[in-house]
Design a protein around this ligand. Sequence first.
Ligand SMILES: Cc1cc2nc3c(=O)[nH]c(=O)nc-3n(C[C@H](O)[C@H](O)[C@H](O)COP(=O)(O)OP(=O)(O)OC[C@H]3O[C@@H](n4cnc5c(N)ncnc54)[C@H](O)[C@@H]3O)c2cc1C
Length: 480
Amino acid sequence: MARRHFVVIGGGLGGLATALRLSHRGHQVTLLEKTDQIGGRNRRQTLAGCEFDGGPTLMMMLDPFRKLFADVGERLEDHLTLTLCDPSYRVFYRDGARLEGTPNIARMLEQIQKLSGPDEAARYPGLIGELAELYHASIPHFVRKNYRSLWDFASPAQLKRVVQHRMLSNLGRRIDQRFSDPRLRMLFSFQTMYLGLSPYDAPWVYATLTYMEYGEGIWYPQGGMPAICEAVARLAQARGTEIRLSSPVARMEARSVTLESGETLTADAVICNADLPYAQEKLAVRPKQGRERRHSCSALVFYWPYEGSLPELLHHNIFFGRDFRGNLQAIFKDLQLPEDPAFYACVSSQTDSELTPPGWSNLYVLVPCPNLDRPFTDSDLESLRSQVFARLAEETSFQPDRVRGEALRTPRTWQSELNLNKGAAFGLSHDTFQSAFMRPPNIREGIYYVGASTVPGNGLPMVLISAELAEDRLERDGYL
Ligand SMILES: Cc1cc2nc3c(=O)[nH]c(=O)nc-3n(C[C@H](O)[C@H](O)[C@H](O)COP(=O)(O)OP(=O)(O)OC[C@H]3O[C@@H](n4cnc5c(N)ncnc54)[C@H](O)[C@@H]3O)c2cc1C
């Protein structure tokens, strides 16, 4: 096979993994990244001597990570040191109850029994069993799949799986039917928020996320989540990929790209990792027309260097508000800031003390909020910050005056820095009509796509599978 030249636009995990795969096969790869750092959403944030994960904090579903390294003749363990976070996270409910999520079924049963009684606990093993079956039916047959026609989805064998596991039934409602304690209902359905999707708008197939947490557990790579992208970038460069930072692309065609600087590069094929809705609207020569696509919600992320320890917090922590459904209604339907917002707090220095000066904590807080279908204002920012401060001070030893600086990502900055349309931090929505074969495919007008808004979807493991699918598509099209 002749040596090809591929241009990859974007140095997020999707672009880096594709570059690694292609350069491992002996091809010339040039990767063009807009910003001065690789990683995209999974980049480093540094402030006052503290290192923070920029976006993703939960490493779940190790199989696609292992597969990437194995496919290029390496072992994941030789490049990343992984620790299981067990307990996975601490949950803070508004009524004062707390629970520690864990993949240890016996400990989960004990805690559910204490929180909600024996009848509810008795329903838990059945849930895990059902989710395990769903996971093993959906990942190989629906997720790791390049759809070429409706038939790939609607073959008799596939339809049988859809019906058997009721994959398209409503996730929120199914969890509500199983448990009567509202605290358990939120606990086992909020995971769709990792996709920026309400569980009440999500098909059951996304309950695989709950399985990833409770069936397989949450992992941490030493050095922080960006260490994943850094390891992949190092390997890609070792195999010859040229990574050019601060190189924003202005325009792309099937066999060439033009940078904002005016420079043009030609290639045998172009693979776009810049988020698909933005790229098809702003970079493609013939912008995408037609029905407007639906976007995920956004997220306000605070990075706070904290002088002191926060012993009541684990590495991962979930704070539920008073009204779970009201929160979802505000974010997804009314496009308002939620009252008494739910949020997630991460202190990765609890696992990795090298990330901060001795005795400090790197406090990262993510508050889900509407995307830019509604403007995000400075008073929204003030209001959310003061509510988070108040809740943390109420439930932990947190003292606002020990916060020694602040960096932020808001819906506006997700859009301006990383080109995520509408500031939708998780890309295109994963509602039923933008999932599986209805998600924008990884090829359009001769340009290949990889990343969160094409198939199969959002999240680091999915983006790695997206790189597998892009490679498969290039191979079938005769480029490899
Ligand atoms: C706050 C937050 C929390 C998350 N938490 C988790 C989690 O815990 N676990 C998990 O698995 N996933 C999580 N995710 C999702 C995960 O981060 C994403 O799915 C994944 O990082 C997306 O990778 P990507 O390669 O598709 O895109 P990106 O990371 O967005 O990379 C795209 C790259 O393209 C570049 N680019 C854009 N336009 C141009 C241009 N014109 N020219 C050149 N380059 C360009 C961008 O600068 C960027 O570097 C989270 C996401 C967010 C935002």
